[in-house]
Design a protein around this ligand. Structure first.
Ligand SMILES: [Zn+2]
Length: 420
């Protein structure tokens, strides 16, 4: 038996056991609290809405468990049956060059995984989200979304992947990982910059926010903290789902605020401003930059590790490839790396939660009072049927944001509420 495969299987099993155990703990914890609304929310959420949030949380968690356990046998069947090596031999027999062969290979495998994930995606949207009144998508819209995403991956991902395979195969062998990393970083920055102008409109209609009090207030807020802004838009998020959100997107002159129409409908003007102040806080406090640096350092480390693995015969043997190649290495890496890095994910969650607390604090300072942020959070929680009572270990491991109660408690701290 291949030692790398054994090592990977160990991590893979540990990952799935840990996830299932934490999810089980979380379901039990939510159940234990199902009869009592947390005190803070008693005047904000009625029994029916609370019950609905419990049922929604449990149904999503159970579905996640089912998906994960159904995928395990499929995943291992593909590895142990030699599927990856066989597809490789078939595509090799067509005798195209290494880059075309690599692209065709990775596209074929991606198509198989897409096909496996489609039924789960359909169930999640048209059964679960539908049942709780979130889904607004028609099947036609869902299908168009899928086709557009596939096309976009081909148009943007295809050339990047082709360049990477070419770097790996050509005379750049020794330092291909540095070239690839530079290219990936440039593409990432480019996409982040043009996202709101070229990519987002492919899926959603963006409408400039009409002149009026809200717009003046938002511009005033941006001026107050020297936040450069080139546009405020509302987005028809409601055509897909009633979940609500707001975000900043784009870099430099292309930076825009995007408000979901569902959010504008649900929050008061002050609450909306507080939520935007929080988002601006992420920029002012340099969280966006830190995030970019961390993700860029992670991909550099990952590519470097891959550059060591491409020379090891046992690496290819694990997935029963008979010929070492750039695309085989990329595939094995993509399928295995997640299980090894999974155990570091709480580190990222901790950093992200720290940023959320800082952005909340920033919003309180800018608004000179904590109430709008608190009320806005409470409404978002209610509208999204968010879990009010996650198990502490579960939220510690997975949550990118502190729980609602943790955030509200931090917002209510007197030192936070002081007026500057
Ligand atoms: Zn945030």
């Amino acid at each position: 038996m291949n030692s790398f495969l054994v090592l990977f299987a160990t991590f893979y099993s540990a990952q799935h056991l840990l996830d299932s155990w934490l999810t089980g703990l979380n379901i039990a914890h939510v159940r234990r609290h199902q009869d009592t609304i947390p005190p803070y929310f008693r005047d904000k959420i009625d029994g029916a809405a609370y019950g609905k949030s419990i049922a929604y949380t449990i149904e999503k968690a159970r579905f996640g468990l089912v998906v994960s356990w159904l995928q395990i046998p499929i995943f291992w069947y593909l590895i142990l049956s030699g599927f990856y090596g066989k597809v490789d031999l078939t595509i090799r027999s067509l005798e195209y060059g290494p880059v075309i062969t690599g692209l065709a290979y990775l596209a074929s495998v991606a198509a198989v995984f897409l096909a496996i994930s489609v039924p789960f995606g359909l169930y999640s949207t048209f059964v679960i989200e539908q049942k709780y009144g979130f889904n607004r998508m028609t099947f036609q819209l869902w299908l168009f979304d899928l086709l557009k995403s596939v096309l976009l991956s081909i148009v943007i991902g295809g050339p990047v992947l082709a360049a990477m395979l070419w770097f790996m195969d050509s005379h750049l062998r020794g330092v291909w990982w540095l070239y690839t990393w530079t290219l990936l970083s440039l593409v990432q920055i480019f996409i982040a910059a043009v996202f709101p102008v070229f990519l987002l409109p492919l899926f959603n209609k963006l409408t400039p926010l009409e002149d009026g009090h809200l717009k003046q207030e938002i511009l005033g807020l941006a001026r107050k903290i020297n936040f450069r802004l080139s546009g405020i838009y509302t987005m028809d998020g409601s055509k897909r789902s009633t979940h609500s959100n707001a975000f900043f997107a784009g870099l430099g002159k292309l930076r825009r605020i995007v408000l979901f129409d569902t959010l504008v409908k649900s929050l008061t003007e002050l609450e909306l401003l507080a939520v935007l102040a929080h988002e601006m806080g992420h920029n002012v406090k340099k969280h966006v930059r830190t995030g970019l640096i961390v993700s860029s350092a992670t991909s550099l480390a990952g590519l470097y590790v891959l550059s060591l693995l491409v020379h090891q015969p046992w690496f290819y043997g694990a997935f029963q490839f008979t010929h070492p190649s750039a695309h085989a290495a990329v595939l094995i890496f993509m399928k295995t790396a997640g299980s090894f890095t999974h155990f570091f994910s709480p580190l990222m969650s901790i950093l992200s939660r720290k940023h959320e607390y800082e952005a909340d604090r920033f919003a309180v300072e800018v608004m000179a009072q904590p109430q709008p942020m608190i009320e806005g959070l409470a409404k978002l929680t209610r509208d999204n049927l968010a879990n009010l009572t996650p198990h502490p270990w579960y939220s510690f491991f997975y949550y990118s944001h502190p729980t609602v109660m943790e955030r509200i408690r931090a917002l209510e701290k007197p030192d936070v509420a002081k007026v500057p």
